[in-house]
Design a protein around this ligand. Structure first.
Ligand SMILES: Cc1cc2nc3c(=O)[nH]c(=O)nc-3n(C[C@H](O)[C@H](O)[C@H](O)COP(=O)(O)OP(=O)(O)OC[C@H]3O[C@@H](n4cnc5c(N)ncnc54)[C@H](O)[C@@H]3O)c2cc1C
Length: 287
């Protein structure tokens, strides 16, 4: 197995394109190295992105935040203005693993590992962020929701990589939240997870909303009916109840050892209602 630590994305994608065998990108390695050690994969080439400058930074500008693909979760949590603008994205990623895992794990790896239960993905989808993808033929932007195509699968070509994520500019009275249900208090996989992102006008009426649910289908999905229930409302009890119903209706989970399909369908609605209430409270407090 060959290991490369390129300094640019161009070098990284050229190495991916030139490899005839199984080439893998390595970010934090907290998914990939576990699978490697368990002999689940036998890559011919590992391309480490942690030495690429453009993948390392968190940039804040008039068009919003750009977060590099190799930025570790702990760095997100330590970034005050990012945490203020996107508390749900930061808290989703902040639930991943332990302190040790937090020092390595990235949004990119969480997204591209393509687990339906990945903790950062519902909030990422709800945020409306896009992935900046680079390949041998140039750059393209891809909606987050279009990256995972099923458990363990993504829409990225073999010689493409995510360089960064661009988040939309934040208006006033806007906030997000991520909430999951796990049977323990930490270090567990989400039985359900929900991301809610919303904006209010000066009268407290919701003007924009996105609601995304995870672990209740092969990929994270948006629930337009839940967003519609919020938009135009004061995010009152009736609107929150409609969010709960819409999310339960939209869920198509499987039964497994961590929960039956029936339990998941009910719980995703309850968690969605609570996540929407948290996002609402935060938006009221946001300037
Ligand atoms: C103890 C432990 C606890 C965990 N707890 C949780 C948890 O609570 N919730 C949760 O969601 N996950 C959890 N995880 C899983 C894992 O930590 C996360 O999914 C993490 O975000 C993966 O990020 P990474 O940077 O380590 O990815 P890596 O392992 O480096 O990569 C993961 C995948 O992404 C691909 N990839 C990497 N970089 C790029 C790129 N630039 N472009 C395209 N593809 C790329 C890799 O090739 C690989 O397929 C846990 C893992 C461990 C070991």
């Amino acid at each position: 197995m060959q290991y490369l630590a390129p300094k640019t994305c161009a070098e990284a994608v050229a190495a991916l394109a030139a490899c005839d065998g199984d080439a893998r990108l390595l970010a934090g390695g907290t998914d990939l190295l576990v699978r490697l050690q368990a002999d689940m994969i036998e890559p011919d080439l590992l391309v480490d992105i942690k030495h690429i400058d453009t993948c390392q930074s968190i940039e804040e500008g008039p068009d919003g935040f750009v977060i590099g693909a190799a930025v570790a979760s702990a760095e997100l949590g330590e970034h005050a203005s990012l945490t203020q603008a996107w508390p749900g994205v930061v808290e989703g990623m902040g639930l991943v693993g332990s302190t040790q895992v937090q020092g390595r794990a990235t949004l990119t790896g969480n997204l591209c590992n393509a687990s339906p239960a990945a903790d950062s993905v519902p909030a990422l989808v709800a945020s409306g962020a896009v992935a900046n993808v680079i390949g041998p033929h140039g750059k393209r932007q891809v909606d987050i929701i279009d990256i995972p195509t099923g458990p363990g699968r993504t829409s990225l070509a073999k010689d493409e990589m995510i360089e960064s994520f661009s988040f939309p500019a934040r208006g006033p009275r806007s906030a997000d939240a991520y909430l999951r249900f796990i049977p323990r208090t930490e270090m567990d996989i989400a039985v359900v997870g929900v991301g809610v992102n919303l904006s209010l006008d000066e009268n407290g009426t919701c003007t924009d909303a996105r609601v995304a649910i995870g672990a209740v289908g092969p990929t994270v999905m948006l629930v337009p009916a839940a967003a519609q229930a919020l938009i135009g409302s004061q995010v009152d009890a009736a609107a929150l109840q409609a969010v709960q119903t819409a999310c339960s209706d939209a869920a198509s989970p499987i039964s497994d050892k961590r929960g039956t399909a029936e339990f998941r369908k009910h719980t995703v609605g309850v968690i969605a209602r609570r996540a929407a209430a948290i996002a609402h409270q935060r938006a009221q407090a946001a300037e």
